[in-house]
Design a protein around this ligand. Structure first.
Ligand code: GLU
Length: 505
């Protein structure tokens, strides 16, 4: 059987769209599942869209996401772009000679022709077609030029493009592995440009030549390329090559079903990483944007994905990009993560939020000047871990731990229909109880036991004690439980915060 080879073929236009990350992931999974090769090819023939540094950025992100490829463009240890593999170069701008050779071959065999039409003529033609409500199409004028006429125009250095000669009869038919059988009448296909006047190939030509020469067995790409595929099939036919298999992936949509685009918010993988989404979570999320495991499962490690992925699980319908789901998946990964690792990821966000500052191996709480160590920060993170959705939120959610004075409305201290007096009394009771407690007994389970006894002894309801205490310690409507927080804060701060609350009332 033919070796399975897939390729991810991005254009270096500045950032990696999440949709492209999904394409890369599916290409990777399909190759790995079938013990095949996954190739990274850079499609940089559109010089106008090229953005400096974007190839480096792309390679770095794929690496960070853990999508390893066997072949193509990559970076060495110093971040310098290199290429590896037997089918190179893998950068289309370095393959111009190759494309030229194949274009000449098509002209020679009568499958393509020079077109010298000026922009003025083409614009005019298009305008007329629009007026007559016809689809814009080249009218084939230059197909009729004689050999001598062509030579004359070439000698005069008249600018030209090369167009594919699309048969006017018949149809193109192919089976897409996701969308099924597709049949297009040839007469609806334009004599597309395959080589531009600057000598660069168009996407269509370069893509077909490279997929053939690089022995790609499966072309997996976004649905937006589906309309181009008949043109590609015609090119394969003209060259006398066997076309690869095609699998197009459904569009990514906003919740209002419009196409997901940069204008509406974050779509770049870089943005999601900056917001503190974990690479594994992001991969897991994009996996489910268009692929159905046919079970209720939602969390998949990369190894699990490789084992399970198949193209028959890819949906045809567009997939809604649901950020809440992404948050949920990210939360699942955060909870599974090693606490040390998680804390390391959180520290820069705490520094950025100006809560702490690094001093050699230790940290200083900005507000109080107190010196803390990594172990302490770990305890703080452990507090929030259950509720965390993304790492970038950590500063906001643990601000109360590092603050010297909390800022909240005193009404927040009141639980249900309690009177201010009762709240004050209860906080006073807690204060007295904790005041005599040894610092070493300031552990959440111990505190729970002690305060449970206090509730019982005074015939109170738990909420009447625990709610005011929790608010006194955090100043927040929602937070982790009061005992865990009290343990992290330590005796002195707990007493100080209770006192502060009593004074407020
Ligand atoms: N260079 C195209 C892109 O940027 C690749 C399309 C394809 O995979 O054929 O998406």
């Amino acid at each position: 059987m033919k070796k399975i080879r897939t390729r991810f073929a991005p254009s270096p236009t500045g950032y990696l769209h999440v949709g492209s990350l999904r394409t890369a992931l599916y290409c990777y999974l399909f190759a790995k599942h079938n013990e095949g090769d996954f190739v990274l090819r850079i499609e940089d023939t559109d010089r106008a869209r090229y953005v400096e540094g974007s190839i480096e950025n792309l390679v770095k992100i794929l690496d960070f996401m853990g999508l390893e490829y066997n072949e193509g463009v990559s970076a060495d240890n110093d971040g310098k772009i290199v290429q590896k593999g037997n089918f190179g170069p893998y950068m289309q701008s370095e393959r111009l000679e190759i494309y030229k050779k194949y274009v000449d071959e098509l002209i020679e065999n009568g499958f393509a022709y020079y077109c010298f039409c000026s922009k003025g003529r083409l614009d005019e033609m298009r305008k007329n077609q629009q007026l007559q409500k016809q689809a814009p199409m080249y009218d084939g004028k230059c197909q009729n030029l004689s050999k001598e006429e062509i030579q004359k125009l070439l000698d005069k250095k008249t600018p030209y493009v090369v167009r594919l000669k699309v048969p006017k009869e018949g149809f193109v038919e192919f089976k897409d592995l996701v969308y099924g059988k597709i049949r297009i009448e040839n007469k609806t296909i334009d004599d597309q440009v395959i080589m531009k006047s600057d000598g660069f190939p168009t996407y269509h030509l370069a893509n077909v030549v490279d997929d053939h020469l690089m022995e790609i067995s499966h072309v997996i790409r976004g649905e937006e390329w589906l309309p181009s595929t008949p043109k590609h099939i015609l090119l394969y036919k003209a060259f006398g090559w066997e076309a690869p298999e095609f699998a197009h992936l459904p569009l990514l949509l906003n919740s209002d079903k419009s196409k997901l685009s940069k204008r509406q918010g974050d779509v770049a993988v870089e943005d999601f990483l900056k917001l503190g989404y974990l690479p594994e979570a992001l991969l897991n999320f994009v996996l489910l944007l268009g692929w159905n495991p046919k079970t209720e499962e939602e969390i998949f490690s990369l190894d699990e994905m490789i084992k399970r992925f198949d193209l028959s699980g890819v949906n045809k319908a567009g997939s809604i990009f649901n950020t809440e789901k992404l948050d949920w998946i990210n939360g699942m990964y955060i909870r599974k993560m090693d606490l040390d690792e998680l804390t390391k990821l959180c520290v820069p966000f705490l520094i950025e939020a100006k809560l702490i500052e690094q001093i050699d191996e230790k940290y200083k709480i900005k507000n109080s000047g107190e010196i803390i160590d990594f172990e302490y920060i770990k305890k703080v993170i452990a507090l929030e871990r259950e509720r965390m959705k993304k790492i970038s939120e950590i500063g906001e959610s643990v601000k109360f731990i590092f603050s010297d004075e909390l800022d909240y409305e005193k009404e927040l201290l009141i639980w249900k229909k309690m009177t201010v007096e009762d709240v004050k009394n209860n906080l006073q009771l807690v204060f007295e109880e904790l005041k005599n407690l040894d610092e070493n007994n300031f552990q959440s389970d111990k505190l729970l036991e002690i305060l449970n006894n206090l509730v019982e002894k005074n015939e109170l309801k738990r909420g009447e004690v625990f709610w005011p205490l929790r608010v006194a310690l955090t100043g927040l409507k929602g937070s982790p439980g009061p005992f865990e927080i009290a343990e992290v804060l330590g005796k002195a701060k707990v007493l100080k915060r209770i006192e502060f609350a009593i004074e407020k009332l």
